[in-house]
Design a protein around this ligand. Sequence first.
Ligand code: HEM
Ligand code: HEM
Length: 175
Amino acid sequence: MPPVRYATPQIAIHWLAAILIILLLATGSQVLADLPNTAEKIGNLRIHMILGVLAGILVIARVILCKRLPALPAVHGEIFARLGHMALNLIILLLVFSGAMLMLQSGALEALFGSAALPADFKEFTPRRIHGLASRAAMALIALHVLATLYHQFIVKDGLLARMRIGSNKIGRQS
Ligand code: HEM
Ligand code: HEM
């Protein structure tokens, strides 16, 4: 019998990654992007980079788990769900990749872990433009993902949210 809900590690990874990614999108666009590239910015950038890499590792772990574990029963609009989940994972990996490229190309890595100064402005580097655009695409995809969840929960009424619920619940017990 196929499982009725995601496995505990998948649920833990989903919510941990969701919190991290929403935090990175909010602080990246509202704080980091507006700060001048002075020495005071280095601490912020360090946290952003470490959390960003962690989000990337969680996404890779979730893709591996998804391939290894048995699939859940198909939902209404399964093809859209699959494409949507794939797009979410890909856009996060693009963010991590473009962020890493930006650090390398701009020489900021030496500023973060050595004694070099930050570049005058990140905006002149192509990976920065890709990172900025990808962050907006990620925001739009996440909004769509949440709307799709609400659509399933309240219009299709298939109890989709319970498949990703934290804690034990009745539908989680496999007989
Ligand atoms: C507060 C916001 C969120 C809600 C309410 C939510 C809800 C859900 C639900 C109910 C599922 C299960 C769908 C199913 O049963 O087929 C799911 C799966 C998934 N969600 Fe979210 N989610 C949220 C945030 C995010 C974020 C920020 C991301 C990543 C950018 C994300 C990525 C995924 C992925 C990739 C899956 C597929 C299952 C997996 O591989 O873990 N979600 N989400
Ligand atoms: C899930 C992963 C990540 C997310 C969601 C994210 C999100 C963001 C956002 C929203 C911005 C501001 C963009 C704008 O408003 O135009 C930003 C800027 C930036 N991010 Fe990320 N990021 C992630 C990963 C990374 C990683 C791994 C690195 C480095 C290795 C990185 C380095 C940077 C840098 C250097 C900036 C530029 C700040 C500036 O222009 O002053 N990011 N990020």
